[in-house]
Design a binder for this molecule. Structure first.
Ligand code: ATP
Ligand code: MN
Length: 486
């Protein structure tokens, strides 16, 4: 058996009896730095804290030591000793060092210095080996685990909804087509259009933009379901918060109204934050320091004021602000920002809130997460529940978006229209063919119940918790317009 190593996180924790001071251990990992021909900082990805391996002078061949370069992988056997240096409690005094894989120092792209995030994006296959990405991806992992734990504790069923779909009614975004038809000489029908009846599925298909509609079908039997999977949107917008392939969590709950839905979303977000604060304190502390250093480079008015951990604590300890869309518009219209014409996009009842409006509400006005409810029906999807008793021309739906500082929209959700007639009327008005959605309408024909759900963009949540400002830095291999490496 080759793998008898102790993980570096475990070794440094000081709680592991097998690696107590005086024990012989094996550690394996990649060299971060090698100082004075004696001190090797070794990292295995279990933590940002490197173990210091001491290769005492004179005990190892020069030829071997020359191969201990940044990026090389080692197997080290040695004795755990109390550390002389500062910053660590124990270190490993090497008795044998084996090079598992050399790394040519001249060619290895990561130098033992700070690289820009832009540079590292081009080296995404190696950036996991940096402290920043080590922390980000361990936190991403924890968040994913906490998602399942949260719903499992509450008796939700994890429903795997399809990635390839034929439903194109959702309208959440531009879709990627899935086809096996040839690009040239594709079969045509009488009207001269491409004949998808000859395609693989006998119809036109796409990658899913959301698992919601299928999720609703599950909720109509299991009561509480959630999905957690990849979604795809051919968004041609190059922003710091849009990906063409991103992961979304979509709970759908029977017997919930809009308020239940908001409570669930707020509890969920707080649970995820609390989980990471408890289980990833080291990584958060690292990112907190990193962010503080980045902020120092910014002009004062652009600084967020709160540190990362402070911000997360604040979010945990305070209720999210809840306002209606109409109130949001009033706040914007009455703001000095508006009066001084500082918004690029105009503000009036009926507009879709732009990112600048959302950020004003969250970052300038309330300075905390905000849930905006009851949006104009005209700018929202067909399945959202019509509010009763609206003024003609001012119809609203029971929608809710959660806006987070530094991110903007992090959750989009609604109570769903459970009344068959109202749903059909809305679909007709929006030219959505009822026949194609007959399966969906069945849930309203046979035992319809009030229900609600939302979608949380997983990467935006990771951005929020890690403080990373570009969404490309919280997913392993980002897919964005003109970029599909790896
Ligand atoms: P936005 O206005 O920011 O484009 P949206 O209104 O299109 O968002 P929804 O369709 O409500 O978003 O999707 C639910 C959630 O999925 C959003 O709140 C957001 O967190 C996330 N999301 C949406 N589009 C993307 C994307 N292209 N990349 C990453 N996350 C996304
Ligand atoms: Mn969008």
């Amino acid at each position: 058996m080759f793998n008898q190593r102790v993980k570096i996180k475990q070794l440094l924790s000081g709680t592991d009896s097998a690696s107590a001071v005086g024990s012989e251990v094996v550690v394996m990992g990649w060299v971060r730095t090698f100082r004075n021909n004696q001190f090797i900082a070794l990292n295995d990805g279990s933590t940002n804290n490197n173990v210091q391996v001491v290769a005492s002078l004179g005990e190892f061949d020069d030829a071997l030591l020359k191969r201990v370069t940044t990026g090389a992988s080692l197997k080290v056997k040695g004795i755990v000793v109390e550390s002389q240096g500062k910053g660590q409690t124990v270190e490993v005094k090497a008795t044998s060092i084996e090079i598992l894989g050399d790394s040519d120092a001249e060619k290895y792209p990561l130098q033992p210095k700070k690289h820009s995030l832009e540079f590292l994006r081009e080296k995404a296959h190696l950036r996991f080996r940096t402290n920043t990405f080590g922390s980000v991806f361990r936190i991403r992992h924890s968040l994913a685990f906490a998602v399942h734990q949260f719903f499992n504790e509450r008796g939700f069923l994890y429903l795997h909804t399809p990635i390839i779909t034929s439903s194109d009614a959702e309208g959440a975004g531009e879709m990627f087509r899935v086809t096996t038809l040839p690009l040239e000489g594709a079969p045509k029908n009488d009207k001269g259009e491409i004949d998808f009846s000859q395609d693989f599925f006998g119809k036109s298909t796409n990658l899913t933009v959301s698992g919601q509609l299928e999720g609703e079908l599950g909720a109509m039997a299991f009561s509480d379901i959630y999905t957690f999977g990849p979604t795809f949107r051919a968004e041609n917008s190059n922003t710091t918060r849009h990906l063409a392939e991103f992961w979304m969590i979509e709970p759908e709950v029977a017997f919930n109204d809009l308020e239940d839905n908001m409570n669930l979303a707020e509890d969920f977000i707080k649970y995820l934050i609390a989980y990471v604060m408890k289980h990833n304190a080291d990584d958060l502390a690292f990112l907190d320091t990193r962010l503080a250093e980045e902020e120092k480079q910014l002009p004062t008015e652009k600084r967020s004021g709160l540190g990362l951990v402070e911000k997360l604590k604040f979010v945990l300890e305070n209720g999210f602000e809840r306002i209606t869309y109409t109130e949001a518009i009033d706040i914007l219209l009455n703001s000095n920002h508006y009066k001084k014409k500082k918004f690029q996009y105009d503000v009036k009842w009926g507009i879709d809130l732009q990112s600048e409006h959302e950020r004003f509400l969250v970052e300038q006005h309330f300075k905390k997460p905000v849930i905006v409810t009851n949006y104009p029906a005209a700018i929202k999807a067909f399945y959202m529940r019509m509010n009763d008793g609206c003024e003609p021309g001012k119809e609203t739906v029971a929608a809710m978006d959660i806006l987070a500082p530094g991110i903007g929209e992090i959750v989009g959700g609604s109570q769903r229209e459970e009344r068959l007639e109202k749903l059909e009327a809305r679909m007709n008005a929006m030219h959505i063919p009822l026949e194609e959605m007959s399966y969906y309408l069945d849930t309203r024909r046979f035992g319809s119940v009030p229900h609600a759900g939302f979608g949380l963009g997983f990467e935006r949540m990771v951005q929020f918790v890690t403080g990373m400002t570009n969404i490309r830095d919280v997913i392993a291999f980002a897919r964005t317009p003109n970029n599909c490496e790896y």
